[in-house]
Every structure is written in structure tokens, then in C-alpha cells.
Design a protein around this ligand. Sequence first.
Ligand code: IMP
Ligand code: MG
Length: 168
Amino acid sequence: MKTLIDEETIKKRVTEIAKLISAEFNGQPITVVAVLTGALIFVSDLVRLLNLPVRICFVRASSYRGETTVPGDLNIDSSMLPDIQGRNILLVDDILDSGHTLSKLTSYLKEKGCKNIRTAVLLRKIGRQEHPIEPDYCGFEIPDKFVVGYGLDYNDEYRNLPFIGDLS
Ligand code: IMP
Ligand code: MG
């Protein structure tokens, strides 16, 4: 498999992003909401570099793309989410593709009464976005390829690769 982004490059960039987030929140406590399962590796590296009081929780989001459902519907499983009223939220996902997941989850968390919300993604695919959402923190912009590793999967495989590989 072709390596698109190597381990060392990811590490450097995650460190930079953690510094920016720590500077923005400046000691205020944050609640990190990670999108399962893809954000697993990114979030665990990121939170260990944050110089802030951090809570971590998870949400699961899955797109329905079957025949019987409206394309683009997003199923949100928030059973692992605590009460986020009045909290500073950092929503973390592996990749922004169409932007559907991030934009739906952002609205959802706002409805739940969080104080403010920032978004962080490791990757952003160029030329695929359908929803007008700008991530506040983005690791890397990548071309329209199917990528795996560092949390990203194909049929639940490859998540454990320490680099981002191009599977297409
Ligand atoms: P969006 O809602 O279209 O932005 O899609 C985001 C979700 O699609 C991500 O959380 C990933 O789970 C998945 N995804 C999009 N592109 C890729 C890819 O290249 N490899 C693996 N998963 C991907
Ligand atoms: Mg995902």
C-alpha cells in the first residue's frame, strides 16, 4: 500500500494542532467528543498533548446509504454522551469527506445546549464537500482517494496502521 502521510509527519502535525487548541482554550476545561470509530487513534494522540482540563466522550454516527433510506440521513447514537450543557466542546473526527457527519453532529450538539463548539479533523478530502462547514482545526488536506490507517478503515480493517495509506 502506498503511504500518503507517514507516522512522523502525522505526529508533528498533531502536536501543532494540540498547541493551537491549548492556546485557544487557554486553561478552560473542554469536553472532547470523538466520533466512533474512526477518530479513535487521532483523539487519543491529541488529548495527551492538550494542556487543558479535558473530559472525553464518544458519539457514534453512521450514514444511511441504503435503498430504503434518504441518502445522506445520519443516524446519531448519543447514548455514550454525558450532559454537555454549558460546556466547551471539541468535536473530533478522522476525516471530512462530504461534510455531512460534521455538520449534522455540530447542529445536534448545539441543540443539546453546549456553550460553544470547535471541530477538529485529521484529514479533509478536497473536491468532495457537499455541506458548507469549515473545520476549525484540520491536519491535512488530501486528494480524493480512499485512505486507511490511523483510525480510518475499509470494512473495519486497517485502523491500526500507524500511517495514512492510499487504498484506491
Ligand atoms: P462525511 O460525512 O461524508 O464527511 O464522511 C465522513 C465519514 O466517512 C468519516 O467519518 C469516515 O468514517 C468515512 N470516510 C470518508 N472518506 C473515507 C476514506 O477515504 N477512508 C475511510 N473512511 C472514510
Ligand atoms: Mg467515521
